[in-house]
Design a binder for this molecule. Structure first.
Ligand code: URA
Length: 482
């Protein structure tokens, strides 16, 4: 008998999970099940009453955590068939636990594309929502109108509650609204654009802020359009300034050159480290350029102060392999680029020997500032501690979610600590691919500077060969999952 399951709204993942579990335990195949939500066409026939999931005689069915995480994200996608797709995958997972790794499976490809689109949509909402102030009897109330692509309002708005905790605000969207009263985040029905206020003081302020941060010496219309796709422009007050600003850019550049400072600008920073700020900065960044720009200002731990600069990751956004090192060294700190010193030279050679040109990989570090101990004129490398690795984790997570590599290679213990959230014995764990949290895959190997420390030539040659072997595994894995 076909089962038509009515879910309690577009984001009723818990409802789907309960029904799906009961259906699986009752052995109902996917072709006999369809899930509908309130958005779907009116029912042509009665909804099926829920099956009981609690019969004692039913065998236990363990669902991989990774699937649950992916499914929870994919459930927010606008695709009408998403819940049917998830049930189909769940059904197949019973007999095929490795299914999630099968890049050739069309359902799995679709699942990953959906989760990526949802994550991106959440990032976009964080970056492009603009509040306008409305005076009420109780005081100032901030209201924004926004049109997300997917059902992300519940998932995306806790970010604003953290960021604007002291304000009272409402975000209106066509499907849902979110309201923060300073203590609780409450969700309600959708609204229309007309419900959101128009021009006001805050907007004027925002426009002059935007005009002042716009650097006329570097107008990059293409980059601006990429960061702020055209469809967002109608909601953004600053968009109307783009054309006049571009037009006046040349003139203002000349003025700026004439007024160019003769002394370097002093580096400013918060007196106290603020780890939460890193997370917020990452959430607001929508692409690697923006993420790096935000990271340059990071003060989440005290390492920024003695270092020359933030050394952010580099490489193509589409890189299939992402390599994580420990932290920049002396040369990296001065150059502002990862792995350009002696360890970087070995890494480049080993990657080439493993069949991967470095320019095709994304290379970054667990910690983005150089930690050192001054010794005369020299700066001696100091291993970052767990707190520093944790403080820097939002940046690495931001890079991982924007690059979406097929495989993450952890170079040494600090990288493994950053990726796994715990210490891992590198020599024991090296050389095999395993699941990482968040549906990723990874491989641990030694840090290239370990090879530099080995004394004997034979020992170093042997260790180098093993290092290349590990990298080859990663190269093969990404080729097989391309
Ligand atoms: N060691 C690292 O871990 N990273 C670098 O960028 C350089 C040396």
């Amino acid at each position: 008998m076909p089962h038509r399951i009515a879910l309690d709204g577009e984001t009723d993942f818990a409802g789907w999970r309960n029904h799906a579990r009961a259906l699986i335990l009752a052995n109902v195949p996917p072709e006999d099940v369809s899930f509908v939500t309130e958005d779907d066409a009116p029912a042509l026939f009665e909804d099926t009453p829920p099956l009981s999931a609690t019969s004692e005689s039913q065998p236990e069915f363990r669902v991989p955590r990774r699937f649950v995480e992916l499914a929870e994200q994919a459930a927010l996608h606008r695709d009408r068939d998403r819940f049917d797709l998830l049930y189909r995958i769940l059904w197949c997972l019973r007999g095929e636990p490795q299914l999630l790794d099968l890049a050739s499976d069309p359902d799995i490809t679709r699942l990953h594309a959906m989760t990526k689109a949802v994550r991106r949509d959440i990032h976009k909402m964080h970056a492009f929502v603009r509040f306008r102030a409305v005076a009420t009897q109780e005081g100032e109330h901030y209201v924004a109108w926004y049109e997300p692509d997917h059902h992300i309002v519940e998932a995306a708005t806790p970010f604003f509650a953290r960021r604007f905790a002291n304000l009272v605000w409402t975000i209106l969207t066509p499907e849902r609204s979110a309201h923060w009263d300073g203590a609780d985040l409450i969700f309600g029905p959708g609204a229309t654009r007309a419900d959101a206020p128009g021009e006001d003081e805050l907007e004027t302020l925002w426009l002059s802020y935007y005009a002042s941060i716009f650097n006329p010496a570097r107008p990059k219309p293409r980059a601006m359009r990429a960061e702020m796709p055209k469809r967002f422009w109608h909601n953004l007050p600053e968009a109307q300034l783009i054309a006049p600003l571009l037009a006046g850019a040349e003139e203002r550049t000349q003025e700026m050159i004439a007024k160019a400072p003769t002394k370097p600008v002093a580096r400013r920073g918060a007196k106290h480290p603020d780890p939460a700020a890193a997370e917020q900065r990452v959430e607001a960044a929508d692409n690697l350029v923006q993420l790096k720009r935000e990271a340059l200002e990071c003060r989440a731990c005290p390492l920024w102060a003695p270092a020359t600069q933030t050394v952010f990751g580099e490489g193509p956004k589409s890189a299939p392999v992402l390599l994580v090192g420990e932290q920049p060294g002396d040369q990296e700190d001065l150059a502002g680029r990862p792995f350009v010193g002696p360890a970087g030279k070995i890494l480049d050679r080993a990657l080439a020997d493993a069949g991967l040109d470095r320019s095709r990989a994304y290379v970054t570090n667990a910690v983005k500032h150089f930690k050192f101990e001054p010794r005369g004129k020299r700066r001696l490398h100091k291993k970052p501690n767990v707190g520093e690795i944790r403080a820097c984790a939002p940046w690495l997570e931001g890079e991982l979610s924007l690059v979406s590599p097929k495989i993450v290679v952890m170079l040494g213990a600090s990288a493994a600590q950053a990726m796994l959230g715990r210490s891992a014995p590198v020599m024991k764990q090296r050389g095999r691919i395993f699941d990482l949290p968040g549906g990723r895959h990874g491989l641990v190997t030694v840090h290239p500077s370990y090879l530099l420390r080995l004394q004997g030539d034979d020992e170093r040659d042997e260790a180098y060969k093993e290092f290349v072997q590990d990298l080859k595994l990663a190269v093969r894995y990404q080729a097989e999952h391309a």
